[in-house]
Design a protein around this ligand. Structure first.
Ligand code: NAI
Ligand code: MG
Length: 378
């Protein structure tokens, strides 16, 4: 039996291309692993009414880790219109398969490291070395949403909240409600993960991202919890920033920051901003990490316009592979992947379109595979 069992979830569009690239590098590393393919994405919504079928959930219960490409998703009306005729009228509700994986397997840490590679033509004017910890299971992504708003809810809102007293006159279709739900436990464990990481990797500071001055209940809880957790880590500095202000400060002085921790939505937004500073969507990698399972992915979507063209940059995915190898306890192989990616970027001979070149996704993967074993970057 192979040492590791890895769920293999290409998904839609360029998800397929970038996982082909990942396989080239993993094969060259000769990782002792079995790769078990799983169904996920739009095709399964259309044909079966479920973009994450139960068989894929069962598969994820048996693997050590999974690599996920990307999926396509569409707004409600389009989603309904594309369902197979036999499924229409069954009141099926599309739910993001990624959010579901995160919630059902309790993958509560979304880890997004953003570090610039020397020689990348897409680098920002400052060198970047930021690590984002995004809470991954609750907040505005709780999935507790109402559209149309049921009368039970509009009655409660009308009774409990002054502004909603006037809303109560609105019809059920005239407004919608998405609930931002943040628990003390959910906040504590992501904040603790950020501090533990900072301690282990000798980072100097953890910045808590919030909007507690306005979103007082939920973000107030997050910030208060952070202050409590910080007491257990006296050697690590903690500061905090409003989410709007930090987007500006990150652009101006990114080196004032180190490790960032944020509730789900702010973490999603801030990590895309940070990804842009290290080269854009072709460079943003992500780990969805729980106690037992972790799912690694590039942060980009399925980019339908480039589907099947083998044109996009696989580096985000190769760095997700690096993260996956670390999680599997294969630190040496993880270091090799990172060093090889760094060497290819530094050399600058093989570049995909986003980096100003014309190499294909697979050219880039082969170039990285050829560099495996080179010494790591400092
Ligand atoms: P996207 O991330 O798929 O692509 C936006 C644009 O970024 C692309 O058109 C391309 O120009 C560029 N890009 C993306 N990945 C790249 C790469 N590896 N190398 C070079 N350039 C790259 O976002 P978009 O177009 O907003 O969404 C397309 C679909 O993906 C939608 O259905 C959306 O719902 C879904 N999506 C899925 C995500 C996931 O699976 N994790 C995340 C974001 C969007
Ligand atoms: Mg995102």
């Amino acid at each position: 039996m192979a040492k590791h069992t890895i769920g293999w979830l290409p998904g839609d569009g360029i998800g397929v291309d970038v996982l082909d690239a990942a396989k080239i590098v993993l094969d060259r590393l000769a990782l002792d692993a079995a790769y078990v393919p799983g169904d996920i994405g739009w095709e399964f919504w259309r044909a079966e009414g479920d973009p994450l079928p139960p068989r894929t959930m069962d598969l994820l219960r048996t693997v050590d880790a999974a690599l996920f490409g990307a999926i396509t998703s569409k707004p409600n009306k389009a989603a309904e219109a594309e369902l197979a005729p036999a499924l229409r009228g069954r009141k099926l509700v599309y739910r993001s398969p990624i959010v579901r994986m995160r919630q059902e397997f309790d993958l509560y840490v979304c880890l997004r490291p953003c570090r610039s590679f020397a020689g990348n033509p897409l680098n920002y004017k400052h060198p970047i070395d930021l690590v984002i910890f995004r809470e991954n299971t609750e907040d505005l992504y709780s999935g507790v949403e109402f559209s149309p708003v049921p009368t039970e809810l509009s009655d409660v809102l009308g009774r409990l909240s002054k502004p909603f007293g006037t809303f109560a006159k609105l019809g059920a279709d005239d407004y919608a409600v998405s609930c931002k739900v943040n628990t003390r436990r959910g906040s504590e464990r992501i904040i603790r993960a950020a501090f533990e990481f900072a301690k282990k990797h000798r980072r100097r500071k953890v910045t808590v991202v919030h909007k507690a001055n306005v979103v007082r209940a939920t973000d107030g809880l997050f910030l208060e919890t952070a202050r409590e957790v910080a007491r257990d880590f006296p050697t690590i500095e903690m500061d905090d920033a409003n989410v709007d202000a930090i987007t500006m400060w990150l652009l101006k002085n990114p080196n004032n920051y180190d490790v960032l921790v944020a509730p789900n939505l702010y973490g999603d937004i801030v990590s895309d901003l940070c990804a842009q500073m290290v080269g854009g969507l072709g460079f943003g990698c992500s780990g969805n990490i729980g106690e037992r399972l972790a799912v690694f992915e590039p942060t980009h979507g399925s980019a339908p316009k480039y589907a099947g063209q083998h044109k996009v940059n696989p580096i985000a995915t190769l760095m997700a592979v690096k993260m996956m190898l670390d999680w599997l306890g294969e630190a040496d192989k993880a270091g090799q992947v990172e060093a090889a990616v760094g060497a290819v970027i530094q050399e600058g001979r093989v570049r995909t379109y986003d980096m100003g070149g014309s190499a294909t996704t697979l050219d880039m993967a082969r170039a990285v595979a050829d560099k495996l074993g080179v010494p790591a970057r400092a």
